[in-house]
Design a protein around this ligand. Structure first.
Ligand code: AKB
Length: 312
C-alpha cells in the first residue's frame, strides 16, 4: 500500500484508520474522503476530498487525481439504521460498494471493505461459527454484507482485483462513537459509566455477541492488506474476533473500577431481534492460519483502557 484512498474516512472506523495509515505510510499518502467535511483530525491531518460514494464518477476522478493504488471502502450504514431504511441501505451499501470496486478495477488498485458478523443469520451455527458456513441473514445489513462478500470475490476472480475483507464483530473505541449499530451498547456503556455511573441497555441480559477493541481492528486491516496473497485461501471475508460477552460481563468488569455502577435494561425489540440472529462467538482460525491474525485486548484490558482514556 502506497497511495491509499479511504471512503467514509470520518466514520467510526475510518477516522481512526486514516490517522493510523498516515502514521505508517505518511500523511500525504492517505487520501481521506467523505460525504461531509468537518474539523476532525482525520480530515485535517492530510489530503481530504468530498466524495459521495453513490457518485461513481467523482470517486473515480479522485482516485485518478491522487494515483490511488489501494482503495479502502468504509462508507456504509450499520445494522439498525439499515433496518429502519432498507431501500436507502441497499442503494448506499451496495451502490457505494459497486462504485468502489469499479474504481479499484479501473485504476488497478488493491481493495479492502469490511464485512460483519451481520453476514450470519439464524440458521448459522451459533457457537464457534466456522469461516465457511451458512450465511442466510434476515436483516438488510446482513443481505448487503453477504452480497458484498460475493461481489468482492467476483471482482477478484473475474477481473483480478486484489480484494480482501474482514467480518468484523462489534467494534469498541473511545475516539469516535459508532452510530446505528446493534453492538453500540458495548460502547455507550463506558461513556455512561463515566458520566452517570449507570446505563440502561437496549440489549437483553444473556445476549452474547463478538466484540473487538479498535486498535486490534485497525491492526487487522493493515496486517491483512500487507499479507502475502499466495497464502490467502479466503478473501471476502475473514472471521475475526477478540472476545464474546453479554451485558452483565462488561458491567462486572466496569464495577472493578466504578464499584457503584448500575446496569438495567429496557430492551429494544428491533436491535434485540438483530442480535438474536447473530452468532454468540465466531471462530477465527482461518485468519490466524492464513495471515497471522491476533488480538491484544481481552475484556479486562479493553475496559481498563476505555475507562482510562474516557476519564481524560
Ligand atoms: C453493527 O452492530 O451493525 C456493527 C456490526 C457488528 O457490523 N457494529
Amino acid at each position: 500500500m502506497k497511495r491509499i484512498m479511504i471512503t467514509g474516512a470520518l466514520g467510526q472506523i475510518g477516522s481512526e484508520l486514516t490517522l493510523k495509515l498516515r502514521d505508517i505510510y505518511g500523511a500525504d499518502q492517505v487520501i481521506a474522503t467523505d460525504i461531509r467535511k468537518n474539523e476532525s483530525a482525520a480530515a485535517l491531518s492530510g489530503p481530504f476530498e468530498m466524495v459521495d460514494v453513490t457518485d461513481g464518477k467523482t470517486m473515480l476522478d479522485v482516485a485518478k487525481k491522487h494515483n490511488a493504488d489501494t482503495i479502502i471502502h468504509m462508507a456504509a450504514l450499520l445494522s439498525a439504521t439499515a433496518e429502519a431504511n432498507p431501500v436507502f441501505a441497499w442503494n448506499l451499501n451496495m451502490g457505494g460498494l459497486m462504485n468502489a470496486l469499479e474504481t479499484a478495477r479501473e485504476v488497478g488498485a488493491k481493495f479492502f471493505t469490511p464485512s460483519s458478523i451481520g453476514a450470519f443469520g439464524p440458521s448459522t451455527p451459533k457457537d464457534h461459527t466456522p469461516q465457511d458456513t451458512i450465511c442466510r441473514p434476515t436483516t438488510m445489513y446482513g443481505v448487503n454484507k453477504v452480497s458484498g462478500e460475493l461481489l468482492s470475490d467476483y471482482y477478484y476472480h473475474k477481473f483480478g482485483v486484489d480484494t480482501r475483507g474482514l467480518r468484523f464483530p462489534g467494534l469498541i473505541s473511545y475516539a469516535t462513537p459508532p452510530g446505528g449499530g446493534t453492538t453500540d451498547y458495548a460502547v455507550e456503556i463506558y461513556y455512561e459509566a463515566i458520566k452517570n455511573q449507570r446505563y440502561t441497555s437496549y440489549i437483553a441480559e444473556g445476549t452474547y455477541m463478538d466484540m473487538m477493541y479498535m486498535p486490534d481492528a485497525l491492526n487487522a486491516i493493515v496486517d491483512l492488506m500487507e499479507a502475502d496473497p499466495n497464502k490467502l485461501l479466503h478473501r471476502n471475508s475473514f472471521n475475526v474476533t477478540a472476545m464474546s460477552f453479554e451485558p452483565e460481563q462488561i458491567a462486572a468488569e466496569i464495577r472493578k473500577h466504578i464499584p457503584n455502577f448500575v446496569l438495567d435494561y429496557d430492551v429494544d425489540p428491533i436491535r434485540q431481534g438483530i442480535a438474536d440472529s447473530w452468532p454468540n462467538s465466531i471462530d477465527c482460525s482461518s485468519a490466524k492460519e492464513e495471515w497471522g491474525f491476533k488480538a491484544e485486548y481481552n475484556l479486562e484490558k479493553m475496559t481498563f483502557d476505555m475507562l482510562d482514556k474516557l476519564k481524560k
